[in-house]
Write a protein that binds this ligand. Structure first.
Ligand SMILES: *[C@@H]1O[C@H](CO)[C@@H](O)[C@H](O)[C@H]1NC(C)=O
Ligand SMILES: *[C@@H]1O[C@H](CO)[C@@H](O)[C@H](O)[C@H]1NC(C)=O
Ligand SMILES: *[C@@H]1O[C@H](CO)[C@@H](O)[C@H](O)[C@H]1NC(C)=O
Length: 517
């Protein structure tokens, strides 16, 4: 009997590679959805940058490194990785299984350097929306994914608060996409820096408004506790007070000031002790590998071996001592109300009116209504300068005609009907706008723009209806950017079936195990 049970359990372990219980949000806390115990994040930031071989770093596509690091992390008591950047086109099965086997979950930042919202000139368009959906498609299948982080420190002081409107619009759309296309409701949150002028407004901003656009959790990157300090003196006490009534889970999405080294991590006792566990759900130490900014717990040698640094040993000593006391999911029923949206003020300039969901159909329709568009002589090579680039042409044209329909004003909460279109489509809009003026005096030469414009005969004549074309909320990333993820209906169905099989398999396993034991 014993032997058969072992065989059944082994079979079960291999049939379901996603072996950890999903974590869910209830009220202001995280819970293990199966044991119903409160879940405290004992996290570490994981973004090794030493062996970057191409332009997108992806620590979850390096199975050897994952296999090297997972046991060392487990030894440290780690149960969550925060990863800032992945390439969704790569395969992550091996690493995700390695970490799941070590009892480690993933918090994944959804933006990458190529696809992110720029705090200085924020925009949220069709390409970004597609890229984000591509990352959701690549990771939603892993049960040890806790959640997606829709932005990290995008707004970081009072000069760039408008960017938060665009990040929150993206967060809203990622949530909607998950709700409509995935079986498991994966939380989507935000990670903020801690700036004294905006900290109150930004935490409320991501918590306010309709439920569909609220962040499911809120992280603060908190570096106030440096060297030997205390709960009171460090500022942690004040920060804790500020979140005491927050309606969603909060945690330290980064911590570990390194002004004093090696770090003693005396804050760990506070983070997982009674002063903070009532409000916070743990935190994420910054960071796993030693990089130029000197926050590492381990140092990876040229030959790829991990050497433990004093910070690792000190952190482990602190982690070994803590035992956070939580509440049980079934007896926890507190429901707090969401915050009111912050008013526009000297320090806060993001309206609660969010940018629209990008609609590729609206942009296509718009361009098909044009008499004059940007030709392929307009260069879109990133980093290129000169007066024939998209950027310089958009700048020039915005001085000549109104850019209202392709731009946005997050302080006023006003966004143009084509504000989410690609830069090329936006330029076509502007060329055509100017062309309509020029046509009156020059019916044969209205679309030149120093050779960059192209006259075309419109395929349709219904511009006013274009703006009403609904965004593609369910379709996944299938443009050139993420070719390999192209999901036909058939592939989608397969994905769901695979998930279903794993679920059925695990239920059968529990039954079989019970029978054989
Ligand atoms: C990385 O970026 C450089 C410069 O933009 C480019 O030439 C190169 O092809 C890129 N490499 C990959 C693997 O994408
Ligand atoms: C939290 O709610 C309590 C009870 O309503 C109130 O007394 C307290 O001031 C609130 N704290 C914050 C930081 O708003
Ligand atoms: C770019 O600048 C050059 C030199 O000033 C000028 O001859 C050319 O027409 C300009 N091209 C465009 C597209 O504005």
């Amino acid at each position: 009997m014993k032997i058969s049970a072992t065989i059944v359990l082994l079979a079960c372990a291999t049939s379901s590679v996603f072996a950890l219980n999903p974590i869910v949000v209830k009220g202001a806390k995280f819970f293990d959805s199966v044991t119903k115990e409160q879940f405290f994040i004992k996290g570490v930031a994981y973004q090794p940058r030493g062996q970057v071989t191409d332009n997108t770093t992806d620590p979850l596509a390096d199975p050897a490194a994952c296999a090297r690091d997972a046991p060392l992390m487990a030894e440290l008591g780690t149960n969550v990785l925060r990863v800032y950047e992945v390439d969704p086109r790569k395969n992550h099965d091996a690493c995700m299984k390695t970490f799941a086997d070590a009892g480690i979950y993933l918090l994944l930042d959804i933006a990458t350097p190529h696809f992110s919202i720029n705090r200085k000139s924020p925009e949220y368009g069709v390409h970004l929306y597609k890229a984000y959906k591509g990352t959701v498609d690549a990771f939603a299948k892993y049960d040890n994914l806790i959640g997606f982080i829709a932005g990290n420190e995008v707004t970081n002081d009072k000069t760039n608060t408008q960017a938060s409107a665009y990040v929150k619009a993206a967060l809203r759309d990622i949530k909607y996409y998950i709700k409509n296309s995935k079986q498991r409701q994966i939380p989507v949150g935000y990670a903020s820096n801690d700036d004294e002028y905006i900290r109150d407004s930004i935490k409320d901003y991501f918590n306010c408004g309709d439920v569909e656009s609220q962040a499911d959790f809120f992280g603060v990157n908190l570096y106030e506790w440096c060297g030997v300090s205390t709960f009171q003196k460090s500022g942690f006490k004040d920060r804790t007070k500020e979140f005491e009534n927050y309606s969603k889970p909060v945690f330290l999405s980064e911590y570990g000031c390194n002004l004093v080294t090696p770090r003693g991590f005396t804050e760990v006792a506070a983070i997982y002790g009674p002063e903070m566990t009532g409000v916070w759900s743990g935190g994420v130490v910054y960071e796993w590998t030693q990089e130029n900014n000197r926050y590492g717990l381990v140092k990876v040698s040229a030959s790829g071996e991990a050497e433990l640094l004093p910070d690792y040993t000190n952190l482990k000593e602190q982690m070994d001592k803590v035992k956070p006391q939580g509440v049980k999911m079934d007896s926890y029923s507190e429901q707090r109300s969401a915050a009111s949206c912050p008013a526009i003020s000297a320090n806060w300039k993001a309206s609660s009116e969010l940018p629209p969901t990008p609609s590729e159909g609206a942009c296509e329709c718009m361009v098909q209504n044009m008499n004059c568009v940007a030709s392929d002589k307009v260069s879109s090579i990133p980093g290129q300068t000169g007066n024939n680039t998209l950027g310089s042409q958009l700048d020039t044209m915005c001085g000549l005609v109104s850019c209202a329909e392709i731009g946005g004003d997050a302080e006023k909460g006003m966004y143009g009907a084509f504000s989410f279109c690609s830069p090329r489509d936006k330029l076509s809009w502007l060329y055509n706008l100017k062309a309509k003026e020029l046509m009156k005096t020059s019916p044969t030469n209205f679309c030149n723009y120093n050779g960059l414009g192209q006259e075309i005969s419109p395929k349709r004549n219904d511009l006013t209806s274009c703006a009403k074309i609904a965004p593609d909320l369910e379709g996944s990333a299938d443009d050139g950017t993420f070719n390999t993820l192209s999901s036909s209906g058939a592939q989608k169905a397969t994905r769901k079936l695979i998930y279903g099989d794993a679920f059925v398999a695990s239920v059968v396993c529990v039954l079989a195990a019970a029978f054989f034991m």
